[in-house]
Design a protein around this ligand. Structure first.
Ligand SMILES: Cc1cc2nc3c(=O)[nH]c(=O)nc-3n(C[C@H](O)[C@H](O)[C@H](O)COP(=O)(O)OP(=O)(O)OC[C@H]3O[C@@H](n4cnc5c(N)ncnc54)[C@H](O)[C@@H]3O)c2cc1C
Length: 254
């Protein structure tokens, strides 16, 4: 099984601060990481490879320093990486087109795995757009996947129900955070990842003259007001008041 995992480098939003005067996020100096759900995508790829054999390629569009993030996924178990670098702002459309062109250049593939959404911009568009551009079936929001030699079965999270769907290959799946627990690489695997290949391609070499269709006008933090309620009574009474308040707010069933 040849598997391509699309993984995005994101800023660690838990470390991000908002400028209180402009309400704009301060992005300089914020640490970068692999989008959490893309580690679930990687884990699922490894499980499929362990069962059916094959090769895992990690594909990332991002700046040159994203190479360091790709190494984390090589340490987890990917066989090789592809980094597509771009110099200017790219939007959802361009990201999907560049991923599709990179997938075509990688060539022989059976499964493409994406996260259901990235943890920073969270549009959830890329997987479905990519499947559309490649004209292949897609199984989105998967909770559980069983890959066999000639077909794949997926349980998909539809909110209040789960739907089980089957597909032939090639197929694109998007995974949810609930699908698995990503493994931590051992020290040996981290050291060994240094010898695995990472190909670097430029966006222009894949598709020249691409222009964004969506303009991001402003990035702004959403102010969240805190109620600052402190329960000072004894512990049982405080818990009971907290539960009452949460029920009143509709957070838990009353
Ligand atoms: C102001 C602004 C400037 C930006 N500038 C740049 C820029 O210069 N360069 C740049 O690369 N991006 C840039 N982006 C980000 C880019 O537009 C988004 O990463 C992209 O459109 C995907 O959107 P998303 O994160 O909501 O994807 P989602 O659809 O939520 O992501 C779902 C899944 O798609 C896959 N995926 C998404 N993005 C990538 C990726 N980049 N590589 C591999 N797999 C991916 C992952 O599997 C991910 O889990 C910028 C965004 C903004 C708002």
């Amino acid at each position: 099984m040849n598997i391509i995992v699309c993984a995005k480098q994101v800023i660690d939003i838990s470390e991000m601060k908002i400028d209180s005067s402009t309400k704009k996020p301060i992005l300089q100096g914020v640490p970068q990481k692999i989008s959490d759900i893309d580690k679930n995508a990687m884990e699922e790829a490894i499980k499929i490879k362990e069962k059916l054999g094959g090769k895992i390629t990690v594909l990332t569009i991002g700046p040159a320093n994203a190479k360091e993030r790709i190494k984390e996924l090589l340490a987890m178990g990917a066989d090789e990486g592809v980094l597509v670098t771009n110099s200017d702002y790219i939007d959802y459309y361009m990201t999907a087109v560049l991923l599709a062109e990179a997938v075509k250049k990688i060539g022989n593939y059976d499964i493409i795995i994406c996260g259901e959404a990235s943890v920073d911009l969270f549009s959830g568009q890329i997987g479905p757009r990519l499947a559309g551009l490649l004209n292949i079936p897609q199984l989105t929001y998967t909770l559980n996947v069983t890959a066999e030699k000639d077909k794949i079965t997926a349980e998909r999270n539809m909110g209040d129900m789960a739907v089980t769907t089957e597909s032939n290959y090639p197929v694109l799946i998007t995974v949810t955070k609930e699908i698995n627990e990503p493994r931590l690489p051992s020290l040996m695997q981290i050291l060994g990842s240094a010898n695995k290949p990472i190909n670097e391609w430029t966006a222009d070499s894949l598709s020249s003259g691409l222009k964004p269709l969506v303009e991001t006008v402003e990035l702004k933090g959403v102010p969240m007001e805190r109620k600052n309620i402190i329960y000072k009574d004894d512990i049982d009474e405080s818990i009971s008041k907290l539960v009452d308040s949460l029920a009143k707010e509709g957070v838990i069933g009353g």
